[in-house]
Design a protein around this ligand. Structure first.
Ligand SMILES: C[S@@+](CC[C@H](N)C(=O)[O-])C[C@H]1O[C@@H](n2cnc3c(N)ncnc32)[C@H](O)[C@@H]1O
Length: 416
């Protein structure tokens, strides 16, 4: 068993959020981009696919679906809207790749087109891109540590001319701060040679596009920028996104993923995009996924509470525990939604006081503000309606898609 086998033995909390995004965003991408592609064809490339299913947890007959199974479910969903989502999976490990083939042969619909390529994504990328042809492409990169070399990402994946392309990268922040620790000697570098070269650091250079991150990490640590290695890794990630944008024009939207609420993020799910609707839609996906993640922790807490009931039963019993837990969950979610709607309302109020019109799609980050990744369209709708009732803004056009609308100050006349 390798250290990484642990990963597939239990669906971790971080995977709940990641998978929440993977069940929501790719169908939106396929629906939007497939409307103009030949035969509605859209390609989804899962570059670090894994074995397809997690190992079952104790008491479970079957493990949770991994990213490839979510992809085939998405393909079935979007087929209803005449989108032909062609899935390409690359997996380096031969055992995982064989397992994946087996899982898909049993579980993927017979009509679905998919490919499993065994090998290194660096070596199989050209094959995957020639299969993609000129179809829209969403590439998901989810390595354990470093991903595709920077040059391949920007020169191959993000260099398809006008063809619709987005890249979703699950960036492992913990890897950056752990390996960053080699720079200062805080962590032991087993791969350092006597001449001082380190294969580990060079892999990170290769992934992040040069040695620039080493200085950046050191400076962030030395400046005591909120002190921690985790903050230094966030800074490196943010500079990485800026570099990608400078090189390719692809902008980015990052969703932090932590193991538990309130903990330091271990990963960033970063969407690299060009289409202006992408971050708005991705935010909606992140908001839903964050809801799954909160619910996951409630289930974990409930399971602990029920286990306690078995060893130390109280007067009320487990049915009562379940009932209270469900009621609490509803109350907490309602409180969160009310708080987010209040924040969004306040943000729109401030924006509209400064400018007579606010474009939902291009100013959604200012509209959501601190609730970015948590609140979504339904909270924005409620906030807008509340401000329209207060005669602060004009009512929205309910027949149009919300993201395409402009919020207009009450009394302001828009010249067409
Ligand atoms: C984090 S796991 C993927 C989990 C999967 N995306 C999911 O959510 O179910 C990373 C996988 O990438 C594979 N891998 C690592 N390096 C790779 C490479 N260079 N090319 C292709 N696959 C690789 C590993 O064997 C492992 O199965």
């Amino acid at each position: 068993m390798t250290a990484h086998d642990d990963f597939f033995q239990k669906k971790q909390a971080a995977a709940v959020l990641k998978h929440g995004i993977l069940t929501r965003y790719p169908p939106v991408f396929a629906t939007m981009t497939g409307s103009t592609s030949t035969g509605g064809r859209v390609v989804y490339l899962d570059g670090y696919a894994g074995p397809g299913r997690y190992e079952p947890e104790p008491g479970e007959a079957i493990g949770a679906p991994g990213s490839p199974l979510l992809a085939v479910q998405n393909a079935s969903t979007v087929a209803k809207w005449s989108r032909d989502l062609h899935c390409i999976f690359i997996e380096r490990d031969a055992t995982y790749a064989n397992n994946l083939r087996q899982v898909l042969s049993m579980e993927a619909p017979a009509t679905l087109k998919y490919e499993v390529m065994q090998g290194d994504v660096e070596h199989r990328l050209d094959d995957a891109l020639s299969l993609t042809g000129d179809s829209p492409l969403l590439a998901f990169l989810d390595p354990f540590g470093t991903a595709l070399p920077y040059q391949q990402m920007v020169k191959r994946l993000m260099n398809r001319g006008d063809l619709k392309t987005e890249v979703l990268l699950n960036l492992n922040l913990e890897m950056v701060w752990r390996i960053g620790g080699f720079l200062s000697g805080e962590e032991t570098d087993d791969e350092r040679t006597t001449s001082g070269r380190s294969a580990t650091l060079e892999r990170v250079d290769n992934f992040l596009g040069g040695r620039w991150w080493r200085d950046s990490f050191r400076q962030a640590r030395a400046s005591g920028f909120r002190g921690s290695a985790a903050a230094a890794a966030r800074k490196v990630a943010s500079e990485f996104c800026q570099r990608v944008e400078k090189t390719t024009g692809f902008r980015s939207f990052a969703v932090p993923i932590s193991r538990r609420p309130g903990h330091t993020p271990l990963f960033l799910m970063i969407l690299f995009y060009r289409h202006p609707a992408a971050p708005y839609q991705f935010n909606d996906a992140a908001s839903g996924a964050n809801g799954d993640w909160r619910s996951h922790f409630r289930q974990v807490d409930l399971a602990e509470e029920l286990a306690k009931q078995q060893t130390q039963p109280d007067l009320f019993g487990s049915d009562f525990v379940v009932e209270v837990s469900e009621k609490d969950a509803r109350t907490v979610e309602q409180q969160l939604e009310t708080a987010w709607t209040d924040v969004v309302t306040a943000n729109i109020r401030q924006l509209i006081a400064r400018q007579p019109t606010v474009s939902v799609q291009s100013q959604f980050d200012q509209i959501y503000g601190t609730t970015l990744g948590l609140a979504r369209e339904k909270h924005l709708r409620r906030a807008w309606d509340r401000l329209a009732d207060e005669k602060v803004v004009q009512p929205r056009n309910k027949a149009e898609k919300l993201r395409k609308l402009t919020i207009i100050r009450a009394g302001h006349v828009v010249m067409l």
